[in-house]
Every structure is written in structure tokens, then in C-alpha cells.
Design a protein around this ligand. Structure first.
Ligand code: 5GP
Ligand code: ZN
Length: 113
């Protein structure tokens, strides 16, 4: 399958790894929007939140715990951060492999544009 994030997970495209376990891979965004910008993905190819099924329940909980752990490691736990996932065209999703942006290290604006 021609999926950039599947290739990153397999090591076919280089990335700066932040975290890895059996289910989840996290890496530095190539075009950071904030001092901390980590992409967290399930190793399983899932298109987006809209393709989730009940079988993914534990995986998504696990991924959120990893996100909080990475935020602590990056020292943005006290100041705060954003964990966001884009879905489909209006959501601004450009890579169609479920991923969460972990953003922090500066004051983020809300609402997003
Ligand atoms: P989306 O717009 O789909 O929510 O976010 C995709 C994110 O993946 C973007 O922030 C983009 O910079 C990042 N990205 C796209 N291609 C690559 C890549 O090859 N390597 C890395 N590290 N990040 C990528
Ligand atoms: Zn994929």
C-alpha cells in the first residue's frame, strides 16, 4: 500500500523516532508547527477516526496514554499541549493513516483556522 506512514513505521522512509512499542510509533513531524510537534500513529493502517471499530478500543486508549507520556518526556506537561487528529478533507487530513499531532512548547491559538 502506498502509505507514507506505513513506510515510516517499516523504516522504508527515515524518521526521527520518539517512541515505539508493539502497537504504536511516534516520530518528529517533518514540518513542525510548534517547538514540540510529534506525530503518534498506530502501527496498524487505519484510515482515520471514522474507520475505527470496537476492536480498536484498547489501541486508542493505549495511544492516548503514550501521548501523555511523551508530553511528560518533552517537558510540556506543566505548560500544556494539544493532542489533535484531523479527519477527512474539511478536517485538513493530508495523510490517510490515523495519526495524532502532539503540539506544545508555545501558546497555541484556539479556535484553529
Ligand atoms: P495531517 O495534515 O494529515 O493531519 O498531518 C500530516 C502531518 O504529517 C503533517 O504535519 C506533515 O508535516 C507530516 N508529514 C508528512 N509527511 C511526512 C514525512 O515524510 N515525515 C515526517 N516526519 N512527517 C511527515
Ligand atoms: Zn498506513
Amino acid at each position: 500500500m502506498d502509505c507514507i506512514f506505513c513506510k515510516i513505521i517499516k523504516g522504508e522512509i527515515p524518521s526521527t523516532k520518539v517512541y515505539e512499542d508493539e502497537f504504536v510509533y511516534a516520530f518528529e513531524d517533518i514540518n513542525p508547527e510548534a517547538p514540540v510537534h510529534v506525530i503518534i500513529v498506530p502501527k496498524e493502517h487505519i484510515e482515520s477516526v471514522k474507520a475505527l471499530t470496537i476492536s480498536h478500543k484498547n489501541l486508542i486508549g493505549h495511544l492516548h496514554l503514550i501521548a501523555a507520556e511523551i508530553a511528560r518526556d518533552k517537558n510540556i506537561d506543566e505548560t500544556g499541549y494539544r493532542l489533535v487528529t484531523n479527519i477527512g478533507e474539511d478536517g485538513g487530513q493530508s495523510v490517510h493513516h490515523l495519526h495524532y499531532h502532539l503540539l506544545g512548547g508555545r501558546q497555541l491559538q484556539w479556535p484553529p483556522g
